[in-house]
Design a protein around this ligand. Structure first.
Ligand SMILES: Nc1nc2c(ncn2[C@@H]2O[C@H](COP(=O)(O)OP(=O)(O)OP(=O)(O)O)[C@@H](O)[C@H]2O)c(=O)[nH]1
Ligand SMILES: [Mg+2]
Length: 196
């Protein structure tokens, strides 16, 4: 599948405000793991703001994608950064939990994780949460340009084992050099076609 064009639609504070857009492919992951960068790589345009400061994306940002199978990409706020009085998991769930439960037509959740790090407790919370809700997901490992080939292979196996997932549930990508883009688009095409 090729993405022909993409454009920003809107930023939502209220997760229920995204309901009219269908189907949606959303990206979730801890702050700074590369969500916005990956979306820009997929869309072939710098539509998402990226930043070295974690917690940059605070709203739910919706992008309309024109492709053989048209869909919407949704950039969710990152978790694991805001540490007020509440627990981190509670902080994340405030907006995102509502997003997942309010009836949005979600064809796939892309769970992004930095390939250099072991999955955090919150990464595991997310995976179990999606399993419980029965939402389809794929783990997308980011920043693979930071590792060599052998290190990449080891990291994929380690992360898959830590999450209790089969190797083919993980896709290795880099928003910097574009690797993994074709594999990810092929995955999206298959889930969008099944969803029709
Ligand atoms: N080397 C490398 N750096 C990356 C890659 N993806 C993201 N980064 C860097 O990681 C930092 C965070 O990237 P973002 O895309 O803003 O991360 P995010 O997950 O959207 O962060 P929040 O919106 O804060 O949750 C930036 O400095 C990016 O340049 C990648 O594939 N390779
Ligand atoms: Mg972001």
């Amino acid at each position: 599948m090729k993405i022909r064009s993409a454009k920003f639609v809107k930023s939502c504070v209220d997760p229920t405000a995204a309901g009219e857009y269908a189907p949606q492919i959303c990206v979730a992951g801890r702050s700074n793991c590369g969500k916005s960068t990956l979306l820009n790589m997929l869309m072939g345009a710098r539509l998402c703001k990226t930043s070295q400061t974690p917690g940059r994306t605070r709203l739910i940002n919706v992008f309309q994608v024109t492709a053989d199978a048209p869909f919407y990409l949704v950039d969710l706020p990152g978790y694991g950064y805001h540490k007020a009085q509440k627990s981190q998991a509670d902080e994340w769930s405030d907006r995102t939990d509502k997003y997942f439960k309010c009836g949005n037509d979600i064809a796939q959740v892309l769970c992004l994780m930095d390939i250099r790090r072991d999955p955090s407790e919150l990464d595991k919370v997310l995976i179990n949460y999606l399993r419980d809700l029965g939402l389809p997901f794929t783990v997308v490992l980011t920043k693979s340009d930071k590792l060599g080939k052998a290190q990449t292979g080891n990291a994929v196996l380690r992360i898959a084992a830590a999450l209790g997932l089969a190797r083919d549930n993980l896709i290795v990508t880099s928003g910097m050099n574009g690797s993994g883009k074709d594999a990810l688009l092929a995955r999206l095409e298959s889930v969008l076609t099944v969803a029709e």
